[in-house]
Design a binder for this molecule. Structure first.
Ligand SMILES: [Ca+2]
Ligand SMILES: [Ca+2]
Length: 180
């Protein structure tokens, strides 16, 4: 093998080494990646793990925490509080979705003004209560786009102002999109 061919072979190997790690860490198309305990987790594929609360700053900037108090502290830029109530917890300027009724269980929060696919966040068909604590004019909507039997009330809306709702009957654990 000539020196030239050897050299080009070495360059090809070097390029392969340089390129592979980049592709290995790239998010799969459409999947939502979140930071959690210093790592990156794939909410779409692997779910939430031990996280209790995730904050959607944008689709490409999602951060998850062990507790709602930790998430609140991160949003506020303060130290976590061990005394605040967690039920219906939702800071001003956010829309919060809860896994269970009465604002309990895992919490996912948004405020971007477009339709988010909850499947990508590992939270479709989970929502049992929600709250809109955004400001004037910032309404929020939940939607079940599957509308399997055509009989459900598939879109529900909350006006802003700290308003909370439990979902019941055929609205519970079916919603798969949120407009923040
Ligand atoms: Ca909004
Ligand atoms: Ca639920």
């Amino acid at each position: 093998m000539s020196y030239g061919r050897k050299l080009s072979g070495c360059i090809a190997m070097l390029l392969a080494v340089l390129v592979v790690p980049g592709t290995a860490f790239a998010a799969e198309p459409g999947h939502v990646m979140a930071s959690y305990k210093g790592k990156t987790i794939n909410l779409t594929k692997d779910g939430w793990g031990e996280a209790e609360s995730c904050v959607v700053y944008s689709k490409s900037d999602v951060r998850c925490y062990d507790t709602t108090a930790d998430a609140n502290a991160a949003v506020r830029g303060t130290a976590p509080s061990d005394v605040e109530a967690t039920a219906w917890s939702c800071d001003y300027a956010w829309v919060c979705l809860y896994e269970h009724a009465n604002g309990e269980g895992r919490r996912l929060q948004f405020n971007d003004d477009y339709w988010h696919d909850l499947y990508l966040y590992g939270f479709d068909r989970h929502v049992s209560s929600w709250r809109n604590n955004q400001g004037f004019g910032e309404w929020a909507e939940l939607r079940d786009t599957t509308d399997k039997d055509g009989g459900c009330i598939c879109t529900i809306r909350i006006d802003p102002g700290g308003t909370s709702q439990n979902l019941s009957g055929d609205q519970n654990d079916v919603m798969n999109h949120i407009y923040g």
